[in-house]
Design a protein around this ligand. Structure first.
Ligand SMILES: [Mn+2]
Length: 328
């Protein structure tokens, strides 16, 4: 197949599983599973098309981490004490969540209830609005008094109006709705662009809202780029929901997204920061959102590969934490 930067339409088919993970229905996932990957192919919460192709593109790009014939395993060379074997990751297919908020949450709750206790539901978006029903379902099925949300994103995704109307949920305001769910003080926003234009009449309200958040480690801040300062800023020892909007990456590494960042993090920087989140907390749910394209090209295939590598890194780190003898 010729691949150029124009022409090819995005795929109608999907690679069956993420990175050779074991395929199963949620109820078939075995006890002790580390994570269950769930594709959520929607752009219902976005003004732009393309994020509905995220799960298919990212799964297809992940196929370089799986043999095409017969069962295989993935060895992980990142642990300092030698190769580990990635185990316990399942792929439970796609979930067509529909467009009503109640429907989204109910479906996600059914999936979580069917999975073995302790299995991390790992969502592949889809636009960023999917994070709200995933967190709502998590709170409903696995109540915790101590949930923090760590968001990597180029944008704050907050607004200060119409927040009592759940049908106004979009990728542009999803974190305001999530702050209402978990308490603003429990939402940590990392990698956000530091200069935020607001309507003058709203400036005080926005400052007040952001002041109630766990905090913002903005893109150009020392808090984000000094590892010690960033570790101090992060929640520690808590149950964490991790949400990664891929537009937090620099356009040079991620142009397949609705609003690419002219200046963003490198994938390597993001990995180091995400690793700190994982090492210092118990990640109980996660998603990777906003990969978006309507075309197949060299560029979009490599972008999808970077998202696949990032998700593999997160799942491998979670699996490594469950290895016998590891400190939690
Ligand atoms: Mn976002």
């Amino acid at each position: 197949m010729a691949m150029t930067d124009d022409a090819q339409s995005a795929p109608a088919t999907t690679h069956p599983v993420f990175a050779g993970a074991r395929p199963a229905l949620p109820a078939e996932v075995e006890a002790g599973a580390v994570a269950a990957v769930l594709g959520i192919p929607t752009s219902a919460g976005s003004a732009k098309n393309g994020s509905e192709n995220g799960p298919a593109m990212i799964r297809r790009a992940s196929s370089h981490m799986a043999w095409s014939t017969g069962p295989s395993v993935v060895l992980d060379l990142t642990p300092a004490d030698g190769p580990g074997q990635l185990a316990g990751v399942w792929d439970i297919g796609n979930c067509e969540l529909g467009i009503s908020l109640a429907e989204l949450s109910a479906t996600a709750a059914e999936i979580l209830a069917a999975l073995p206790a302790g299995t991390v539901l790992a969502g592949i978006g889809g636009d960023h609005s999917i994070t709200y029903p995933l967190i709502e379902a998590l709170l409903k099925t696995r109540p915790t008094a101590d949930l923090a949300v760590v968001q990597f994103d180029h944008h704050l995704d907050v607004q200060v109006w119409d927040l009592e109307q759940p049908n106004t949920l979009f990728n542009t305001n999803v974190m305001s709705h999530i702050a209402r769910l978990v308490g603003a003080g429990n939402v940590y926003q990392a990698g956000v662009f530091p200069y935020v234009p607001v309507v003058e009449d709203d400036a005080a309200a926005v400052r007040e809202l952001l002041g109630r958040f766990g905090g913002q480690a903005a893109l150009f801040s020392r808090t984000l780029h000094d590892e010690d300062l960033f570790a101090q800023w992060l929640p520690s020892g808590r149950d964490v929901y991790l949400t990664i909007d891929v537009d937090v990456l620099d356009v040079g590494e991620m142009s397949s997204t609705g609003y690419p960042a002219e200046h963003g993090l490198s994938l390597r920087e993001l990995q180091r920061m995400v690793e700190l989140v994982l090492r210092r907390n118990r990640v109980v749910g996660l998603d990777v959102v906003e990969f978006a394209t309507t075309k197949i090209s060299h560029r979009t295939i490599f972008d999808a590969g970077r998202v696949a590598n990032l998700l593999q890194f997160i799942l491998s780190t979670l699996a490594d934490q469950r290895r016998p003898g590891r400190q939690q």
